[in-house]
Design a protein around this ligand. Structure first.
Ligand code: G
Ligand code: G
Ligand code: MN
Ligand code: NA
Length: 254
């Protein structure tokens, strides 16, 4: 309850921040995207709480609609700020939460954000978890179809960790499949390799871009590249960082 009070105050005072983790093309190392990740700094070099604690809290307290809209606007503004720079990423991904999706407000939020910032189609990507994707299949398909018609891309996040069945996956209109880091971390193990190979092949067959998450070692990156996985995200390259730090990181890569 104290944490919830602090969260409300932090939202009010705009103490929450959006940090960005780079996504790179495995073929040539180009920066192809960013994942927007919320952070709650304590002002003394640490964090008050991690998003896996305060996002569920915000969901339970009915704050996630407002917070989700704020993240979308901030991500759009920050993406636009990068566009003058060399090697600027062509897109930005934002995580969507189940209540935000279920309430039906996501479509109007996306309309508002795309219009306000005049974002080109294909710039904004929405990360949907498997629990969202499997919530109400008919609603999910129609919502995702609408979002894509609006010009947003759709990524299925944490693929392989939830409850999606392959038959449900088959009907989902998605652009990107994000392989969860639980699978990436098992590269090097015979079964681990088989899983990643199969998921990458599946993604390719359905015409989705594959983003491997949690890439931490050069050996994992090598394996993924050999499988023709398109994109990698992970601590091997960079952790999520504030916009200013991201600009400095981009400058060192040219
Ligand atoms: O960045 P980190 O690994 O600490 O994120 C932990 C979890 O919090 C992840 O599952 C991530 O998707 C979630 N998360 C981070 N930022 C946001 C956000 O802006 N919205 C939602 N819905 N979830 C977020
Ligand atoms: O659930 P979601 O995929 O949205 O969250 C991504 C989370 O994974 C973020 O909290 C991010 O900080 C974390 N992350 C990103 N790259 C790595 C990595 O290479 N290793 C680990 N352990 N976590 C990572
Ligand atoms: Mn994500
Ligand atoms: Na994930």
């Amino acid at each position: 309850l104290a944490l919830l009070r602090a969260l409300r105050a932090a939202i009010q005072a705009q103490h929450l921040e959006v940090w960005y983790q780079p996504q790179l093309a495995l073929q040539d190392g180009r920066l192809v995207g960013l994942e927007a990740l919320m952070r709650w700094p304590d002002g003394a070099g640490g964090m008050v709480a991690t998003p896996d604690v305060f996002v569920p809290l915000a969901e339970q307290a009915g704050l996630i609609g407002e917070l989700g809209l704020w993240v979308l606007h901030r991500a759009a503004e920050d993406w636009l700020q990068l566009q003058g720079l060399r090697g600027a990423p062509p897109r930005i991904s934002v995580n969507v939460s189940l209540p935000q999706f279920r309430s039906g407000e996501l479509q109007s939020q996306v309309t508002e954000v795309l219009a306000r910032h005049a974002l080109p189609a294909g710039t904004l990507e929405l990360e949907i978890t498997e629990s969202i994707a499997m919530d109400d299949p008919a609603l999910v398909v129609s919502t995702l179809t609408t979002l894509r018609a609006q010009g947003a891309r759709v990524a299925l996040d944490d693929f392989g960790t939830g409850y999606s069945s392959l038959s449900q996956l088959r009907t989902l209109p998605i652009d990107v499949l994000k392989i969860d880091r639980a699978f990436v971390s098992q590269i090097g193990d015979r079964h681990g390799d088989a899983f990643v190979e199969t998921v990458v092949a599946l993604g390719q067959r359905i015409g989705a871009e594959i983003v491997a998450e949690g890439v931490e070692t050069a050996a994992q990156a090598e394996f993924l590249r050999a499988q023709a996985c398109h994109t990698a995200q992970g601590w091997l390259y960079a952790k999520a960082m504030p916009l200013a730090e991201l600009k400095a990181w981009m400058a060192t890569r040219i």
